[in-house]
Design a protein around this ligand. Structure first.
Ligand code: GDP
Length: 223
C-alpha cells in the first residue's frame, strides 16, 4: 500500500508571484462541490486537511501544501460560483490563469470532473483553455462510487469524450470508498519526481563549471 502524501499546509497567496519556490508542483482544479477537498483529504489520509483551504478567506486564494523533498501541491479556488459578482470573478480568473500560465514548477494540473454527472459546460471550457495553452493536465473523475457498476463502461467513454481526452487517460477515484486513490498517489509522485529531477539538472553546480561558450550574437541589441 502506498503511503499517504504529506500535504502540509504552507501558505495562501493571491498571486502566483507571491508563492514560495518549488522543485515540482501539481495543481488541483475543479468546480465547487466536485469533491476536491474530499480528494485531497483522501490522498493525505487526513480527515480535515483540506478544511485548511476551505476556511473563509482562503477559498478564493491559491493554497500551497508541501509534499516533501521541496515538492508542492496547490489547491486552486473552486470555480463556478454563480453568486460571485462579476469583478471578483474576473479577478479570480486572472489569478488562476496567471498561476496556470506562469508557474514554472507546475508539472501537472489535475482537473476534477464529477464522475456521475460528467463535465459541465464550465469544465469543458476550462479543459479547452488548458488544451489551447498546451498545459499538462489529467482529468480526474471524482465520486466514482456514484456510478452503478453496470453503467461504468459507458460512463467512462462518455465522460472522456465530453472532456476531449482518451478514456484510458482519465483517472477514476472515489474519496468516499478509496478507489483509485493509491493509483493517483503513484501518478502524482511520478510527475513530481520527473519535475524535480529536471529542476536539479538545471540547477546542477556542475553545469556552472562546465566550459560555457556563450553564443555571440552580433545582431542582438540589449535594449
Ligand atoms: P469541493 O467543494 O470540491 O471541495 O467538494 P467536497 O469535497 O466538499 O465535496 C462535495 C460533496 O460531495 C460533499 O457532500 C461530499 O461528501 C461529496 N463527495 C465528495 N467526494 C465524494 C465521493 O467520492 N463519493 C461520494 N459519494 N460523495 C463524495
Amino acid at each position: 500500500m502506498s503511503a499517504p502524501l504529506r500535504f502540509e499546509f504552507v501558505t495562501s497567496a493571491d498571486d502566483v508571484y507571491r508563492l514560495p519556490d518549488s522543485q515540482a508542483e501539481v495543481a488541483f482544479l475543479g468546480r465547487s462541490n466536485v469533491g476536491k477537498s474530499s480528494l485531497l483529504n483522501a490522498l493525505a489520509n487526513h480527515k480535515r486537511l483540506a478544511h485548511t483551504s476551505k476556511t473563509p478567506g482562503r477559498t478564493q486564494l491559491l493554497n500551497l501544501f508541501e509534499l516533501g523533498n521541496g515538492t508542492t501541491a496547490v489547491d486552486l479556488p473552486g470555480y463556478g460560483f454563480a453568486a460571485v459578482p462579476g469583478a471578483t470573478r474576473s479577478g479570480w480568473k486572472q489569478m488562476i490563469e496567471g498561476y496556470l500560465l506562469e508557474r514554472a514548477a507546475l508539472e501537472m494540473i489535475l482537473v476534477l470532473v464529477d464522475g456521475e454527472i460528467g463535465p459541465t459546460p464550465l469544465d469543458v471550457s476550462t479543459l479547452a483553455w488548458l488544451q489551447l495553452n498546451d498545459l499538462p493536465h489529467t482529468v480526474v473523475a471524482a465520486k466514482a462510487d456514484k456510478v452503478k457498476p453496470s453503467k461504468r463502461g459507458q460512463r467512462r467513454s462518455e465522460l472522456a469524450d465530453g472532456c476531449n481526452v482518451a478514456a484510458e487517460a482519465v483517472v477514476w477515484v472515489s474519496a468516499a470508498k478509496g478507489d483509485g486513490i493509491e493509483k493517483l498517489r503513484g501518478l502524482i509522485l511520478g510527475w513530481l519526481a520527473t519535475g524535480s529531477k529536471r529542476s536539479r539538472t538545471v540547477a546542477s553546480p556542475n553545469r556552472a563549471t562546465d566550459p560555457v561558450e556563450e553564443p555571440y550574437d552580433d545582431e542582438h541589441e540589449w535594449n
